[in-house]
Design a protein around this ligand. Sequence first.
Ligand code: NAP
Length: 530
Amino acid sequence: MGTTQQDAIIVGAGFAGLYMLHRMRGLGLQARIIEAGSGVGGTWFWNRYPGARCDIESMEYSYQFSEELQQEWEWSERYATQPEILKYINTVADRFDLRRDIQFETRVNAAHFDEQSQRWLVSTDDGQQISAQYVVMATGCLSSANMPEIDGIDTFAGEAYHTGQWPHEPVDFSGKRVAVIGTGSSAIQSIPLIAAQAQALTVFQRSPNFSIPAHNQPLDPVYVKSIKDRYAEFRAENKLTAFNANFGYNEANALEVSEAERNAEFESRWARGGLPFMAAFADLLFDPKANEYAGDFVRGKIQDMVKDPELAQKLSPSSVVGCKRLCVDTNYYDTYNQEHVSLVDLRESPITSINASGIATADAQYDVDCIVYATGFDAMTGAVMKIDIRGREGQTLQSAWAEGPKTYLGLAVAGFPNLFTVTGPGSPSVLTNMLPSIEHHVNWIADCIKYVNEQGAVSIDAQPDAQEAWVAHVNEVGNTSLYPNCNSWYLGANVPGKPRVFMPYLGFAPYAERCQEIVDNGYEGFALSA
Ligand code: NAP
């Protein structure tokens, strides 16, 4: 097979890859997406576990680049289910005729930069060699499944599933004894639905998580109309916030209001439901005492909802609220009031091994028919680091990121010209509403490529000093918050051996402003090669 030529290779056909392809076409470029799955959708293609839905509200979790699309599409619920989101993505792929430039069921194995031609040579697992001027990693922040390293994990004789690699056919848990390992967002969404089917459900919890009720409901047409009547303004307002989302930010500090006012605010946030709880007070993520008030409030709710006080205690985190990503649930805590649902607290008795019949802890053997691994992802860097990426002078990305990811704006890596990362580490990405943040990045990348081409240049590369300053700034801002205080995937702490670095940038609005400033200053911190 000879080498084929493309202007750009995009890795991944999720929300980022699809819109990137659309923008590339608009620039008159010949671009191609390489996608490992057999369909479009990325996260929403792979995460098909029971109860999977987005915990950003539907009216905000959609593309905004096409006014017609955002006016015409009708979401059915406040929080969209995985099947509905997947249907939306497929509709977008068809509407913009994207499939003809997507190669499915193919993995990119390597991308090597050739200094002579200033082009990337991309290799795939079906033996293709593609020469491309640009490579865009649209690989997603939470796409590389994290399987725990537990002795005997491969010896289990029953059915085993990871939430992030769920089968396409529905899994029937009726009459079965099921174990769920993990209590993050994926577990918290799936546990109530698995419990509704299973004969017995045992949840293996290493750390409890804070969860806020979703209060999901069908969308009210009057509300939908009120957003659609001013969709562009609504989106623009959200971009001026820290999370790029309509969370109803309270500018007051928890420490500066009375106890009654504080509790009233928490109560109203609890009644509203979902992630806006994090915006209850401006100091919630910055002041330990303010955060403790929020923690006490949620712990009180858990005590109210879970009938067995000892169990309620086990389900109550003592950690910082929001330090690990806040979860959003439907009937999660109430599920534990059912007779056939039990919790194993791994802090008291850790898992020692998995064997043919089930899970062994230091204290007991739990025989089960199915194990669901809700154990998360090698976040933000996992998918990119699996590819053999080599930049100038053959430097590997693995060596460049050995001490943790280093990027300029989470968009580019010094020494890797014409390679872009959509919502890469060092950008707000996972701390925000992902979809508008993806669109922001794709627009920035497309405009940058247009600029390079208009300048008659062939490549653009982030400068090491600009990158170093950006990495320092990301850390500095992160360290003003409470985020570095717990073992979250934001820090890579969930993957053994991964460097402990706070990867996302805190604050969408100042970030977007800085990205624009850099453009206005002639792509400050980047160098072009003719
Ligand atoms: P996660 O938040 O990383 O949770 C993984 C869980 O598995 C944690 O409870 C973790 O415990 C546990 N775990 C990992 N390894 C273990 C081991 N060896 N033994 C025992 N327990 C182990 O993963 P996730 O639930 O898949 O969620 C990841 C992210 O995806 C979320 O934070 C969110 O950003 C996104 N997500 C979003 C939605 C949504 O929009 N609705 C839904 C699902 C996921 P420790 O905490 O002790 O490490």
